[in-house]
Design a protein around this ligand. Sequence first.
Ligand code: HPA
Ligand code: ZN
Length: 319
Amino acid sequence: MTQHLLKAEIHCHIEGAAPPSVTEKQARKYGVDTSAFLQDGAYQWRDFSEFLVAYDAVAALFRTEEDYALLTEAYLSELAAINTIYSEIIVSPDHGDRIGLGADAYLAGICDGILAAKEKTGIEARIIVTGERHFGPERVISAAEYAARAKNPLVTGFNMAGEERMGRVADYARAFDIARDAGLGLTIHAGEVCGPFSVTDALDLVKPARIGHGVRAIEDEALVARLAELGTVLEVCPGSNIALGVFADFDSHPLKRLKAAGVKVCINSDDPPFFATSLAREYEIAAQAMGMSDAEINQMTRTALEAAFVDDGTKAGLL
Ligand code: HPA
Ligand code: ZN
């Protein structure tokens, strides 16, 4: 059992954490038909493209600052209840813009949720602003500019999520230059849907401290060695990978092989109810399905905390 272990995660998308019951409630509130992406209490999608469509549809049901505050507080409180001390939430101002809420109110709601959860449970959380690759380079650059301008103490990182097959990293590199110049921590989704070339592009052009997923680096031995040498942290999300068919099963999932090769790895929930998972389940998968010891799991939690985009004083208190 991993219930007693301290936990941390640095890769969870805020709208991706919305439980189906909450999404249904939002849909009733706004009179929206959800049958295209939500049936029998479960999100419906058949592949990565459909997952992204469902994700954007769910995001469009959170429309006020309060909607986002409640979603964020509920998610973090659930994490705190399973001994999670730190969480980094991936948020995309574009989703706020798209439903007319606006990026400022979107971010303010999420910040309110973080502060409320911290007050009630003590859980520490930070925000990673993300650009959505399938919204195109212009939008991703705007997201980086927004994050750089925000000067919000809870916004500590920049990411790019979304359709990995759209364009090449080079098309989006300027967004990361803007975020880097603003002092934000950098991470990028790569090597999830696309193969090793996507991780190589990320390392060459973005030089991120961390990579979201990165697991398909396992297909290239030299790339695995490069990740180990650089100390790049992979934010691994095993349940997400299996649900999306990136790997057939937990036996063939490369988490343990990457760790054994000296790559820094940690475990994360990504979009938990979309992938029938939770951070608690990811820890259980590491223990039961992958046979990792408490010491190995604690090491991954420590890696997440060491790689966290948080000020040194707060980090010292967490470690
Ligand atoms: N990959 C890419 N984009 C995403 C994901 C993911 O796992 N979750 C939400 N947006
Ligand atoms: Zn993700």
